[in-house]
Unconditional design. Structure first.
Length: 344
């Protein structure tokens, strides 16, 4: 019964979001949240917010996706009075939505501490959920402070924040996530369509996410100038002054320090810098054999969120897909639904 109520409610939320984003219906609540979010955080442009909401709707909130996701857990999912605290990061619009979805899928209650950089969208989405089914109003609480009096917690932030959460929440079951980064492998055989898709992996959300490709492995002696020209054709972020301030600063630092780099006009390519690089900088590593990228991945799995175009393992991430995780593509490779069910 609970599982079906959950699936029905969230699939209807997905339909509502899709209708709003495609212009079939207007929703003043969502429109206002997008407007207020942009006013508070200039990197969360309306376009970037809508791209995030589109991904949530298409990848998480389709009825068949929800049914398939929960099918193997049907015997464990039921209404619980267990309370799970969620501390959301603020590097991307609604980056913590999957945690919210997973907590309610398990049957637990949720207390959410949103990021100060993204406080409005989660309120709008929960209000839309309540309008679909008022049952959820007693299952979700939004808090201005890190949740206390909880049975377990899922918290995401920087490395320092992760260390703080680990100590703050003591001995209760907790899933704490720190910083990670993503990279892509370039073989030299890429098409123009591949470059367009890669540009989204790199530049969507201004490269601020752990799934944003910030590091590239390229063949030795690969023509980086031509590569930069190809990427510069896909300039979906070049007019944002906050982003451009970072680009100008990083370019000036590189010039003053005498470092070699390739200037893409709104980003720079720089060899052999420690990942993850700062915003507007793409780190470049050269390889002679693709096995070098494989070894790098295996030696750094605890720091890597996503490896694009890497031929290793069962689940290859293709160009254009790093920012579109599947519902069962759990952050840090840890199944958060199983974590909650095990500790409930």
């Amino acid at each position: 019964m609970y599982q079906q109520v959950f699936i029905d409610s969230f699939s209807l939320l997905g339909e509502l979001l899709s209708d709003c984003l495609n212009g079939r219906k207007s929703n003043p609540l969502l429109d206002k949240a997008i407007e207020k979010t942009y006013a508070q955080n200039q990197l969360f442009t309306p376009y970037m917010q809508m791209r995030s909401l589109e991904a949530i709707s298409s990848e998480f909130l389709q009825k068949n996706i929800l049914e398939s996701w929960l099918d193997n857990y049907s015997s464990s999912i039921r209404e619980r009075e267990v309370i799970v605290g969620i501390v959301m990061a603020g590097n991307l619009p609604m980056v913590g939505f999957h945690d919210f979805l997973t907590v309610l899928a398990s049957g637990c209650k949720a207390i959410i501490k949103s990021s100060s950089k993204d406080p409005y969208l989660i309120v709008a989405l929960t209000e839309l959920l309540f309008s679909i089914n008022g049952y959820w109003r007693d299952r979700v609480t939004i808090s201005n402070t890190p949740p206390t009096n909880v049975n377990m917690v899922i918290a995401t932030g920087s490395e320092s924040a992760a260390n703080h959460f680990d100590k703050f929440y003591g001995e209760i079951p907790k899933l704490i996530r720190g910083s990670r980064y993503s990279f892509a492998v370039i073989t030299g055989e890429e098409s123009l369509a591949d470059f367009k898709k890669l540009s989204e992996d790199i530049f969507l959300y201004f490269g601020m996410g752990c799934r944003s490709v910030s590091t590239l492995f390229v063949p030795k002696d690969y023509n980086l100038n031509n590569f930069a020209e190809r990427l510069s054709e896909f300039d979906l972020i070049k007019d944002n002054e906050y982003y451009l301030d970072s680009y100008r600063y990083q370019r000036a630092v590189a010039l003053m320090s005498g470092k070699d780099f390739v200037d893409g006009g709104f980003f720079i390519l720089m060899k052999n810098i420690a990942p993850p690089p700062p915003m507007s900088v793409i780190a470049i590593f050269e390889y002679e054999q693709t096995e070098e990228a494989n070894r790098y991945y295996l030696n750094n799995t605890s720091s890597i969120q996503c490896a694009v175009n890497l031929n290793i393992g069962e689940n290859k991430t293709f160009f254009g897909k790093s920012q579109l995780p599947r519902i069962d593509d759990y952050a840090d490779g840890i199944n958060s639904l199983e974590f909650i069910l095990k500790n409930s």
